[in-house]
Design a protein around this ligand. Sequence first.
Ligand SMILES: Cc1cc2nc3c(=O)[nH]c(=O)nc-3n(C[C@H](O)[C@H](O)[C@H](O)COP(=O)(O)OP(=O)(O)OC[C@H]3O[C@@H](n4cnc5c(N)ncnc54)[C@H](O)[C@@H]3O)c2cc1C
Length: 415
Amino acid sequence: MALPAVAVLVRRLHDANFSGWFAFLGLIPGLGALAPVTGGRQQYVSSHGRQAAADFQAAMNDTVDEVIRVAAAEGIDADIVKGGEFTVAYDRPQQQRLEAAVRAEQAWSHTDVRLLSAADATDRINVAGSTGAMWHPHCARIQPAKLVAGLTGVVLALGVEIYEDTRVSEITPHAALTAHGTVAAGVIVRATEGFTAGLAGLHRAWLPMNSSLIVTEPLGEHVWAGIGWAGRDTLGDMAHAYMYAQRTADDRIAIGGRGVPYRFGSRTDTDGRTPAATIEALRGILHRFFPGTADAPIAHAWSGVLGVPRDWAATVGLDRGTGLAWAGGYVGTGVATTNLAGRTLTDLILGRETALTALPWVNHRVRNWEPEPLRWLAVTALYQAYTRADRAELTRRTGTSPLATLADRVSGRGH
Ligand SMILES: Cc1cc2nc3c(=O)[nH]c(=O)nc-3n(C[C@H](O)[C@H](O)[C@H](O)COP(=O)(O)OP(=O)(O)OC[C@H]3O[C@@H](n4cnc5c(N)ncnc54)[C@H](O)[C@@H]3O)c2cc1C
């Protein structure tokens, strides 16, 4: 068998035994290309200075345009529309957090965030009970399966060999161990995200966090007339247990968020099946946001895992001594960030010192999550705290629930 210079291993398809110059595990994207710096910019100010943190934001903005550019150049139709990101508030505490978030964002360069009044927000996307929204242009809606299929075709045409159904059990210096044999390579790139906990020695690295989505059947013109959403912005909210949504190219609403957040022992599901209670919770949000969808059939539901680092900061890097490179910990922001990681890894592996390799997330190391049962107890308790805080804020509170503030402090998560 000819030995490929670059090999991609994923967990499905056929077996193989090979070696190459570098082996790449993973890099497959999610729902919309967002441009936030995972875990926020502020964390890099004390370690690298404010300018470095601002440069990271500029690189993220460029990355959204880079994904769009490459898709166009390669003839990949992934339903991409750069409609910006719209984040809505619909109770007083959310509105307070929204206004504070806009002020904080506007203190940074490259953020281009605008505060929208309730009337302007409703005009753009008519979310019931909206009190206001923030919007910025650095976000694009995509259809992730189409992007992945298109990119697969492009890399195959470049001569890359993809070996599916080839699960790596362990990575050692310059080697990836599979049930079918060992892959020897100068550099092994670990890009296994929410599945990383399944690799030997990495059980407490990135926490596999579940996220679930439902999608409606295509909605009629009379429903869209009441909602608007002509700009195809990606949609989110200011709730603690937040939701996210897009208007698809064929005029459905795909809406995601809450569900079973975490499985004991960092287990990941293997069938993508979504619990009925999660589907009902998402259907409830859909109907509350858009009452005109009350009769819309739900066509499909699915779930997947995100990789969450202990400090919520994504990272990319290379240890030249062991030949281990890595990229991940994107939480819910990996669609654009995987592209930046891929370009950064290219520079690192080829030994090039560039603006990308100078970004503050490069070679960032993060400590492990706590052992079980602490991990399960903490995630479950935090998630319940966020859900209860959202309910209290929606029904009676006038400011952010202290329960949520405490949960943010414990989890290390900021809004
Ligand atoms: C429901 C949901 C909604 C999301 N929405 C958004 C969004 O709107 N915007 C956004 O930016 N991000 C979103 N994300 C996050 C985004 O999908 C991820 O950040 C992104 O997919 C990460 O890409 P990746 O290639 O690093 O990892 P993944 O896409 O998780 O791919 C990992 C790959 O590694 C392979 N693999 C894993 N373990 C092994 C092993 N041991 N051996 C061999 N191969 C292995 C897997 O088979 C897979 O192909 C969402 C995620 C989910 C689950």
